[in-house]
Write a protein that binds this ligand. Sequence first.
Ligand code: NAP
Length: 453
Amino acid sequence: MADYKKIKVPAEGTKITYENGEIVVPNDPIIPFFPGDGTGPDLWKAAQTVFDGAVAKAYGGKKKFVWMEVAAGLTALQWYDKDTVLPQETLDAFVDFKVSIKGPLTTPVGGFEFVCLTCSKEQDTREKCIQCESEWVTPRFRSVNVGIRQKLDLYACVRPIRWIEGVPCPVKHPEKLDIIIFRENTEDVYAGIEFQEGTEEQKKVYEFLTKVMGKSFRADSGIGIKPISITGTKRLIRMAIKYAIDHKKPSVTMVHKGNIQKFTEGAFRDWGYEVARDEFADVIVSEADLWEKHEGKMPEGKILLKDRIADMTFQQLLLRPEEYSVMVMPNLNGDYLSDAAVAQVGGLGVAPGANIGNEVAVFEATHGTAPKYTGQDKVNPGSLILSGVMMLEHLGWQKAADLTLKALTKTIADKTVTYDLHRQMEGATKLKCSEFGEAIVKNMDAVREVATA
Ligand code: NAP
């Protein structure tokens, strides 16, 4: 275990370990967490109340979380020094303790040299924030979230997307969409291999591509590289197929643009079929085999492996959502498709996510810091709470996961909601962020009584 300087490792509680390819979860796991920037602290307070309440009610004191606060973003600047937004200690804790949960973090978009971590205002001065007068103004940095994913090799961004009854949404049958997206998290155009137009580096790459490789394109182009590897692809598709097997899902769909980008997106699809053939032949049936070997009738207990072109998939998720279940795709497709699918079931306030590697998993709200509501105890903690539901499932604490989901659903169905849902619902009662968390805990007793009646 790392030698922690600022992080206080709790005296009670036990570490989660990793043995024979599985995490081993004690009854009192130490879970690193950070609330995040902006509205993060409000969200975390409400969410922690729900997590502790669910575990206490589900297991009657036999299990409990032991929380261990770590720092990133604004908190890291306060704990460490004015330039450290992602401390090594935090990364060490994520690795040592295996399962963590985090709130949203400020990510500056660019253009200015400094950014305020309290309100996200970008600016030319470091003295104090020109908008909110906070002293927490720091040099511009690359996304801390991306840093965490890359440094810990959390190669899968996992996002279950389904409708929660009562959540206002733009389609007639939101209940038909029930998917889980596995998005590659480390490669593709997100690998950060880019050359700015007008620079020496860009000129060298341009000369190489035009003169040595014989390609033709405009000299005044910015250039980005899109690497997609066998290693990165196969481990992701393996994870998606294993998930489908463990959760008895009917199909896995690979989403790609292989018709245009043959050696990256097309290869992603081909390597996916290879994984299925080499490692899961006993359980996976490809669409080609479905017709050639099974006359179009899916054999009992098997999982169908399909592949679909990305643009068409956007249409299909709207028109025939019930045909999709587990979906797996390269980074950019996953970025777009997951947000579009989330909008279909009511938006980011209720969309959970996780970044998962071989040993380490970090669960997170999928929205940002909503900085204009900082300190107002106002925003919807649904996304963070549902990320906690994913975490409970990952730990194997299914009873607490089910209890949380049912109580959250009841709270929304009762029309007791935060401002974002309140403004879209007729006759609803508006709750603060903390009140929404408390209402969920209260509703746990009601949903338990129904379940045991
Ligand atoms: P944002 O923080 O997600 O907020 C945009 C709008 O979405 C809010 O103004 C609010 O809409 C709504 N919203 C977001 N979270 C909500 C919640 N919990 N409950 C209710 N409504 C919510 O996006 P942003 O303003 O573009 O980004 C702010 C900062 O967060 C940026 O620095 C960005 O880089 C960062 N960010 C971080 C993460 C992450 O850490 N995972 C992800 C995305 C963005 P209304 O104003 O209409 O009520």
